[in-house]
Design a protein around this ligand. Structure first.
Ligand code: PBG
Length: 312
């Protein structure tokens, strides 16, 4: 009876797996603050994709961890940069089984760790960054990315990237706008995962955790600019924003269960303080219930495997 009247079901196709790919390593490297998650090597990436595909995961979101960084984040626009190479490898491994997506942001590639380029006074320069994003988008499209994850929170990024892709003949490449991305403490473990060199914070371009209406406004702006999908991030502490965006949006709404959300449940479970499996399912189900069509989660493959085994 509970199954029959359940309002929210989970399905493997509604899950996306974030995947880190590190340059210059042959073996996967564990991430200390995200037990169970690794930085993949180019060699270990295809198996991770195949494993996700085998249980029906809807897509993967690739993040690059480059060997060297500079002020402009040159590695992001280098066709031989780690993210672009990983995209080619992932497309080859994925075939038509799942959608290959890429993070479109400079922070993994800049030596100062910001999501954009800096002006003479060390502030993130919004419009100069848009030029970097459009160049990055074209390289990602060329490498075969099917959905670009705009996670930098620069104003006008969705319109600028859409225009560049259309002009470049990539009308079919879709845009996932991280529309409502908050300046969150829950990104902590991710910054370990990509070995971020950030000093300071991202409060000049990411949203204030106290602002609910602003999250909706950001999503509406991105939809106007041409976003095919909008994202709310993090997920668990922003379910109200997610519900508001889901009510107002006429494009799919996704949510990112971020590294800190993952780490908290894993850490509590490792202490025996929480039932790991139940907490994972409940956390993702809650995000779906609040209005997310799809959830990006580091548990995507494992959870999809449980769902295939009959859990709902
Ligand atoms: C930016 C980006 C971040 C995350 C995804 N894309 C980090 C940030 O803004 O600091 C965080 C994801 C997570 O914490 O799991 N490229």
């Amino acid at each position: 009876m509970r199954r029959l009247v359940s309002e929210t079901r989970l399905h493997p196709a509604d899950l996306v797996l974030p995947v880190f790919v590190r340059e210059g390593v042959t073996e996967p490297v564990p991430i200390g603050s995200m037990p169970g998650v690794v930085q993949h090597s180019l060699d270990s990436l295809p198996a991770a994709i195949a494993e996700a595909a085998a249980v029906g995961v809807g897509g993967v979101m690739l993040f690059g961890v480059p060997e060297s960084r500079d002020a402009l984040g040159s590695g992001a626009t280098d066709p031989d940069g780690i993210l672009n190479v990983a995209t080619r490898v992932a497309r080859e491994a994925a075939g038509d089984a799942l959608v290959v997506q890429t993070d479109l942001c400079l922070d993994e590639f800049t030596d100062h760790g910001h999501c954009g380029v800096l002006d003479d006074e060390g502030r993130v320069d919004n419009d100069a960054t848009l030029e970097r994003y459009t160049a990055m988008a074209l390289e990602q499209a060329r490498a075969g990315s099917q959905l670009l994850g705009l996670s930098g929170m620069m104003d006008g990024q969705t319109a600028a990237v859409r225009q560049a892709l259309d002009d470049g003949g990539y009308q079919d490449v879709a845009l996932l706008a991280y529309a409502a991305k908050y300046a969150s403490a829950f990104y902590g473990p991710f910054r370990d995962a990509v070995e971020s060199q950030l000093e300071g914070d991202r409060r000049t371009y990411q949203l204030d955790p106290g602002n609910r209406r602003e999250g909706v406004r950001e999503a509406m702006l991105d939809i106007d600019e041409g976003a095919d999908i909008v994202m709310v991030k993090p997920a668990g502490s922003y379910l109200d924003v997610l519900a508001d965006v889901a009510a107002a949006s006429d494009v799919p709404v996704w949510a990112y269960q971020v590294s800190g959300e993952y780490a908290m449940i894993e850490a509590a479970a490792a202490h025996g303080w929480i039932d790991r499996g139940r907490a994972i399912v409940e956390s993702v189900r809650g995000i779906r219930r609040a209005g997310a069509d799809v959830v990006l989660t580091y548990w995507a493959t494992e959870l999809a495997g449980w769902l295939k085994g009959g859990l709902e």
